[in-house]
Design a protein around this ligand. Sequence first.
Ligand SMILES: [Ca+2]
Ligand SMILES: [Ca+2]
Length: 344
Amino acid sequence: MCATATRSTRLLTPLLLALCGSAGAIDEYRLDDGVKESGIGLQPANDYSLAWLNRFVIQPGHETIHAVNLAFGGSLAGTNIPNGTPLTVYVWYDANQDGVPDHDPVIAWGTGVVANTGGNTLTSYALTQPATFLPGDIIFAGVVITYSGNPQVASIDTDGTDDINPYPPADHSFIASNWATTSAPLSPIDPAHLAWAQLPVNSVRNALYGGNGDGNWMIRLNASTPGAPLPVVTPTAIDMGNIDMGTSSVATINLANVGTATWQVLLYVPTPNPMPGAFQLLPGTCGLPPFQVAPGTSCDIEATFAPVRHGDHMVSVEIAGNTPPGTAMFTLKGIGSIFASGFE
Ligand SMILES: [Ca+2]
Ligand SMILES: [Ca+2]
């Protein structure tokens, strides 16, 4: 069954341009021109686990991958993978940076179901956690799907009508598959070991075209610049009051991170330095520096004011860490009183 990759696939007639849809998302990574020429499936009818994936190189300013976008099937008139079929999208890191996805680790994934089958419209599948890489890193992104029969499943671009780089295709697309046999039911592809599949992962050029052609899957990625912390300190100016010497007051300062990366708090830098002895900063729920504030969370620190002389006291505190200087600060002030305390 399914003895060779060439025999196990079939190519469809080209789509009419009039059938074309366009992708709605902004796709920071793509290899296709937006119009499939074929839908690739496996023959004969059987239970299959199919993986198809593209290779991409991380570009500066687009280091964080959020979503994998896919088109499915071939001609609208053909027999396509049904809408609603469950799937899992993956992003792999090319651990040895050799450009071959044989035993490379899965870094991120997401789940969903097939949609817009047979058309050129891509459907977006968000990753459960975005994955951030370095410029120049080689990654792979694609999908593993289990299905029965012999529909057209994976949409491929083989002609190139725009200047998406790289074009002509240059061995940037790969395929792997498992299938049921008379002696064993289907076992789903292990995404961490695509080279162990029954059809071990191979380039589209070799697996589908016998070395005499190539194509790019309609797999695109949404990406953004790496996240950054955005601290919000509340309040930023704290009046600890008119406090009798020998007593103290307490204030709570909330440190929130409304950004998209962890806020690393390293230390408090007071001005004047060292901090006047009347003031003290306590761990609160944040803990003592260094501590972290995750995106979308906050914690509290506490300040005490216990004057030992009368008059005005003031200190400005910078919360130093992985944010630009001056972005996270607060001031404390208070008055030491000798009138209400009973000193005579
Ligand atoms: Ca095309
Ligand atoms: Ca590799």
